[in-house]
Every structure is written in C-alpha cells, then in structure tokens.
Design a protein around this ligand. Structure first.
Ligand code: ADP
Ligand code: MG
Length: 342
C-alpha cells in the first residue's frame, strides 16, 4: 500500500490545499469560500437564512466496514440538505468539520470529499469552509448547511391543522432493510472472510441505506404546483417518530392508514426474507430521508396525480391521539421507537 499518503506527510494545510483544488463555487450569494479566516455570504434580498447542523460519528451513525467513503461523503451532505428541504428552503452553502483518525490517508479523505463534492453539485451547494483536526477515536464528520427561503416562507413543524391531509414523498422502510442486509453480510464475512458478499438482489435497499437523496426536487415541485405545506419534517428516525413530532408541534392528533404507506417492491421482498413486517420497517426503521408534510384539504387536487407523493392519512383535533389505522379498521396508538443510538 505504498501509494497511499499518510496525512502527516502533507500536514493539515497541505491536506486542506489538496481538498480545495476541486471545489467550485456556483451560488451567487457566496462572496468568499475556503482560504480565509471565515467565508463571506451575501444573503439574497428578501430572504431568510436557514441553518442546520448534523454530526456523523463512526460506530454510532456509520460503519466503515461497509460504508464506502465516497457514499459516506455523499450521505453526510444529503442528510443535512434534507433538513433544509424540510423547511421548504434551498441549500446554498456548506461547512465541514472533520476529525480524522491517524489511520486515515490523504487518499481516504479525498474519497470522502469526492462524495461530498458530488452531492454539492447535485444539490447546488457551495463548500465554503471547515475545520480539520486529528481524532484519537473514530472518524467524526460534522456538517453545517446554510439555506435560503423567501422571507417568512419557511415551513415549520407546527403549522398543521385538523383535517389537513398527511403526505409523504417516495417510499419508506428501504434504508432500514438495506442496513439489515449489510449487517448480515458483515457477520458472514467476519465468520468466514472467504465468503463473497451477496448484495445483487438488494441493490435498491442497500442504495437507500448507503446513498440516500435529499428530496430537494419536491421543494421545487411543491412550489411549482402552488401547494404550500402547512407543516413539514424530514423522515430521519422513522415515520412514527416524525408524525408524533409534527403532531406535538401542531397541537393536533392524526390518523395514519397502514394500507396507504408507500412500500417499494424490493422493500417488501427484503422484509419477507428477514421475516420483518414491512409496515414496522416503514414506521420505525428510519434513514429514509423522505419528506412528511401536511396540506389543506383544498390542495389535495394539486398533488393527487403526483407519482411520488402519497396521502397516508390526516390530522385530527384530538391532540394526544395519534393512531395507526389497521386494515381491519382497528386503531392502535403510534409509538416512536426511533434509532436509540444512546
Ligand atoms: P483557522 O486556523 O483560521 O481555523 P484553518 O487552518 O482551520 O483556519 O482553515 C483554513 C481554511 O481552510 C479556512 O478557510 C477553513 O474554512 C478551511 N478548511 C479547514 N478545514 C477544512 C475542511 N475540512 N474542509 C473545507 N475547508 C476547510
Ligand atoms: Mg480552523
């Protein structure tokens, strides 16, 4: 492995210089990127700034034995951008703080950045700065994304009203099943390093776990359709947990119909193989990074033919009563299991 460069050989400044080489700035609001003591942003006139931070810790949020660094870089940006999208805002700038274990090489960090750059291009975000330190433990990636939204137009969690319809984008539960597949292959590999990973039939669910997308496309489409969500949240911890957050903030109850939950065929197949209930995967799996939002009933016509938006239920005035309605008609209280990293 003599073609790999220890970070110590370049030093912190050498490394930053290397990473900086490929970074392009495209946002009109970016006045100054990497290289000074701070970046300079000139917010668009008549816009609010939105800002969000996410930290990813090795061993807690990701496992480098099955997360390729390029995907990890992409995912780190996507999950941050997802939070900005969930405000109905558009992301503009990003800063990245890295804590790097000594075993990391310059080439490894470049892989991570290649993934982050791809995501920055996909979402139109400028990487304008960061910080780099050594880590005595695992890899830590902390990202802060800035976004902008026309003044007063950001969509919060608390604006939902009784009778509003509850909508989700895309499909749910796949990322959790992707994680089950990857964990299984890891165990098989640890037991017998000669086994070949069997991932071929699990393309979709594995991709949803390793390389999720932020639904920025929906932000544009909802604006174009003139459908203005009354409340919105991104689905990072599982649908159940997010519905509860949204209802708590809005002071409403909700009815979610289990038979309406969008489940992709590969999700149903993987769930069957793992003897898991796909509805439970959708409710509690997490990491789907789809959007959950409410619309006034009057806006239903605007979204009802959208191929990637599903109405899964509605809000009610019975605060504290957030129920899953089973196919039988029976109502069971929704509970959040979330991720439980602690
Ligand atoms: P300071 O000592 O003022 O904090 P640094 O040496 O940490 O400066 O950073 C120098 C420049 O490089 C700054 O513009 C900073 O934003 C940028 N930078 C540092 N680390 C990273 C990183 N991991 N990714 C992107 N930019 C970085
Ligand atoms: Mg610094």
């Amino acid at each position: 492995m003599s073609d790999l460069t220890p970070i110590a050989q370049l030093g912190e400044f050498g490394l930053i210089g290397r990473l900086q080489q490929h970074i392009a700035l495209t946002q009109p609001s970016t006045r100054l990127g990497i290289g000074d003591d701070a970046a300079i942003i000139a917010p668009l006139p008549d816009h609010d700034l939105v800002i969000s931070t996410d930290m990813l810790v090795e061993g807690v949020h990701f496992d480098l034995s099955f997360s390729p660094l390029r995907h990890l870089g992409y995912k780190a940006v996507a999950v941050n951008v997802s939070d900005i999208a969930a405000m109905l805002a558009l992301p503009t700038q990003l800063v990245v703080a890295l804590s790097l274990p000594a075993r990391f090489t310059v080439e490894a960090v470049e892989e991570l950045y290649a993934g982050m750059r791809l995501a920055c291009e996909a979402y139109g975000v400028d990487l304008v700065g960061g910080d780099t330190t050594a880590s005595r433990g695992g890899l830590v990636i902390s990202l802060t994304v800035l976004g902008q939204v026309p003044t007063g137009q950001a969509v919060r969690r608390g604006g939902g009203r009784p009778t509003d319809i509850l909508c989700v984008s895309g499909d749910l539960g796949a990322a959790y099943l992707g994680l089950q597949v990857l964990e299984r292959e890891k165990q098989a590999f640890l037991a017998d390093p000669d086994t070949q990973p069997e991932l071929d039939n699990y393309d979709y669910v594995v991709r949803r776990q390793l390389r999720p997308e932020a639904r920025l496309d929906l932000v544009h489409e909802l604006r174009e359709l003139g459908a203005r969500p009354t409340s919105m949240i991104d689905i990072s911890d599982g649908l159940a947990s997010e519905v509860l957050h949204l209802c708590a903030a809005s002071g409403t109850g909700a009815r979610v119909f289990s038979e309406f939950l969008p489940l992709a065929n590969p999700t149903l197949e993987a769930a069957a193989e793992f003897s898991l209930d796909p509805v439970m995967c959708a409710l509690n799996g997490g990491e789907d990074y789809e959007l959950l939002f409410t619309l006034p009933v009057a806006d239903h016509a605007k979204i009802k033919n959208h191929p990637d938006i599903t109405v899964i239920g509605h809000l009610t005035d019975a605060a504290d009563s957030v129920n899953l309605i089973l196919k039988s008609g029976q109502a069971v209280p929704l509970r959040a299991q979330g991720w439980g990293h602690f």
